[in-house]
Design a binder for this molecule. Structure first.
Ligand code: ZN
Length: 422
């Protein structure tokens, strides 16, 4: 396999590119042999003259579903080689190398080839989390609002997780705008807000895992200041449900480092956060379902350190049931996101009503949580939440809590812009 080959599967007939495949015209119908078109075929190309990348890019542009490059005779008839494309041409396009002899045999008979590649990038790359603190607020009580910013290599990852990343960006920008008008000063008795865009979630929660363990190692006090984590990973699935993380599903085996007392706190406090989302959906008269809460997104590392968490998702590769179709519409026996982790997870894979409804819920809960005095005590059942849209003196924030955010048509408009400008 060529370095930077895509991962994919193809069963198709060989079509031989003219000359070395260095020019787009080498793949035109009149110039190829073995088949009448390159479209849907395995492009067979000889080595030499130009870069492998050029050959593969031309083949891909001509509609080839896989590429086989064969060695030149100067390397001996049976010598296999390997090379690199320098960068991925297409994440789903398999690119193989073979010997001169095999290449010539394929060229003569144009057989149907069955090609499967599983490519994994082993190059050492560096990535980052992006962390932004809103102005003001009590530094000893921090709410972390997070969404992962990366996608799988197979596609652009617009629903997973451009949707969540843009959503919290919009919440952050609107909240910050409000708080800047008052200098953030009057919020010193209220929780502070930290917005985090995690890197490398798809590689195994690397960004969020690093964040909490790094804090634990270098500044345990800063870790203890985090009172809770909200996570948003996929909030615009085309065949969506309104899923609320179900804290009852937290399993103690996943959290073996925690004492029973801490585990109980974690479960109860996380249930309270989930309860706020449920209360919101009930107010809006919108059905919801309990969603998996098994540690497989960026809230997982927070749970492991005993920090309660909550959040929403609109469904991934799971299949919508008949019951859910009755509740939410869409298509039963079909994945919530049929493009999950695929090349088709583009801007066309975003359901606007889902994005709007889940954004409204997220914005309401972020703003409501950030308006609670003594949030830590509330989560430990030592106090009650301030009533919904309550009368505590939170200035502009109260305005926000009462639906300013959700009522703003700006929300969706800017998200759309953000998603399309990627
Ligand atoms: Zn995701």
């Amino acid at each position: 396999m060529m370095s930077y080959s895509g991962s994919g599967a193809a069963t198709a007939q060989v079509a031989v590119a003219h000359s070395g495949g260095c020019y787009p015209s080498d793949f035109l119908s009149g110039n190829i042999t073995g088949a009448t078109t390159m479209l849907g075929h395995v492009a067979l190309i000889s080595r030499g003259t130009c870069t492998f990348r050029q050959k593969v890019a031309n083949a891909y542009a001509a509609g080839a579903v896989a590429v086989v490059i064969y060695n030149s005779i100067s390397h001996g008839g049976s010598a296999v080689f390997s090379g690199t494309l320098g960068a991925v041409v297409s994440p789903t396009l398999p690119v193989l190398c073979t010997s001169y002899m095999l290449g010539k045999a394929y060229a003569a008979s144009a057989p149907v080839l069955h090609i499967v590649t599983h490519a994994a990038l082993q190059a050492h790359t560096t990535t980052s989390n992006i962390i932004a603190d809103a102005p003001g607020g009590d530094p000893s009580t921090v709410i972390v609002v997070g969404a992962h910013l990366d996608s799988v290599p197979a596609g652009p990852g617009i629903n997973d997780n451009g949707s969540g990343a843009m959503m919290i960006l919009e919440i952050a920008s609107q909240l910050t705008e409000l708080m800047q008008t008052t200098g953030g000063k009057q919020y010193s008795h209220l929780p502070s807000l930290r917005f985090c865009w995690w890197g490398a979630e798809e590689e195994g929660l690397l960004g969020s895992q690093y964040y909490v363990s790094h804090l634990n190692n270098t500044s345990p006090t800063a870790l203890h200041q985090i009172v809770l984590n909200l996570n948003f990973d996929m909030v615009a699935s085309p065949n969506y449900v309104r899923g609320v993380y179900d804290a009852q599903q937290i399993e103690s085996e996943l959290l073996d480092g925690l004492s029973p007392t801490k585990f109980e706190y974690l479960k109860n406090a996380s249930s309270m956060i989930g309860g706020m989302f449920i209360e919101h959906f009930k107010r809006e008269k919108l059905p919801y379902v309990n969603s998996e809460f098994n540690g497989r997104s960026d809230y997982g590392p927070f749970l492991q350190f005993g920090i309660p968490a909550g959040g929403l998702d609109s469904g991934a590769e799971g299949i919508k049931t008949d019951k859910e179709r009755h509740m939410f519409g869409g298509m039963a026996k079909t994945a919530y996101d049929p493009c999950y982790h695929q090349a088709c997870d583009t801007v066309d894979n975003v359901d606007r009503p889902a994005l709007q409804e889940l954004s409204k819920a997220a914005a309401t809960i972020v703003s409501r949580l950030s308006a609670q005095v003594s949030l830590r005590q509330i989560l430990a059942h030592q106090r009650n939440f301030a009533p919904y849209g309550g009368d505590i003196n939170i200035g502009e924030r109260r305005h926000l809590d009462q639906g300013h955010f959700s009522a703003s048509s700006r929300t969706l408009k800017e998200m759309k812009l953000g998603l399309e400008c990627k």
